[in-house]
Ligand binder design. Structure first.
Ligand code: HEC
Ligand code: HEC
Ligand code: HEC
Ligand code: HEC
Length: 136
């Protein structure tokens, strides 16, 4: 009886460790569904509505095309690492090389869509109303 209890306890600990590792890993994987970008933490008042971003439609791009983290001017972010919100670093106004949040999004999203459009390749929206939903 005593030994069984111990075994059950060990299994429980082992299982929690596996689950915890699983969750930690899941948090660094690209979401399978749409995410809605609406950074109220930075934009106190919105001129435009939220933007829906589908990771699954961007599988042809590398994670590092969009995610980065700089140390001493070098991009050190690698796939599998934790992903911070863009607004964790990019703020309402530019700060040195750090472009402001609105520009960070527009340069990242629009520039790629426009470039591909010019090359007649499949691409995402390039006009305001196709990216921004109606303001509520
Ligand atoms: C490819 C997608 C895309 C296109 C096209 C686009 N935007 Fe955005 N824009 C974004 C994203 C993403 C954000 C960040 C949204 C947020 O955090 O709420 C943003 C933020 C903004 C913001 C700052 C937040 C706010 O609502 O005040 C403004 C202003 C804005 N866009 C205006 C425009 C205008 C005007 C156009 C057309 C000339 C445009 N955008 C086209 C993706 C796009
Ligand atoms: C085309 C651009 C783009 C690509 C490619 C991309 N991501 Fe993202 N990812 C984003 C944006 C934008 C967000 C939202 C950031 C925010 O809300 O500040 C995001 C958010 C995330 C999040 C956080 C989700 C959440 O709910 O907080 C994770 C994790 C993530 N990405 C992982 C990945 C991985 C792994 C890859 C490569 C397989 C990848 N992304 C490729 C643009 C991209
Ligand atoms: C950990 C902080 C951090 C996060 C998170 C971050 N950035 Fe940046 N970003 C920077 C820094 C620092 C620079 C300036 C890099 C340089 O030129 O030295 C930069 C530069 C940029 C630039 C201009 C240079 C380029 O690569 O085109 C764009 C656009 C940009 N970021 C978009 C984004 C977007 C979109 C997100 C969210 C998906 C994001 N950033 C998340 C720190 C961050
Ligand atoms: C590296 C290039 C690249 C970047 C960066 C990029 N996209 Fe895209 N995006 C694409 C391509 C390519 C498609 C078309 C994929 C397809 O049709 O299979 C697309 C499609 C889309 C679509 C349309 C999906 C649909 O249902 O038709 C939306 C919305 C979108 N992108 C939003 C964004 C936003 C918001 C950002 C910035 C956070 C962004 N994209 C950054 C390349 C990019």
């Amino acid at each position: 009886m005593h030994n069984r209890g111990k075994l059950a306890f060990c299994l429980l600990i082992g299982l929690s460790a596996i689950l915890a590792a699983g969750f930690a890993f899941a948090a660094t994987k690209a979401p399978e569904g749409d995410i809605t970008i609406h950074s109220g933490e930075v934009f106190k008042e919105f001129k435009q509505g939220p933007v829906v971003f589908p990771h699954p439609k961007h599988k042809a791009a590398k994670c590092t095309d969009c995610h980065h983290e700089f140390k001493d001017g070098k991009d050190v972010w690698q796939e599998g690492q934790e992903v911070k919100k863009c607004f964790a670093c990019h703020k309402l106004e530019a700060d040195g090389k750090m472009v402001k949040l609105e520009k960070a999004y527009h340069d990242k999203c629009q520039n790629c869509h426009k470039k591909l459009k010019n090359e007649n390749k499949p691409t995402g929206p390039v006009t305001c109303a196709k990216c921004h939903q109606k303001k509520k």
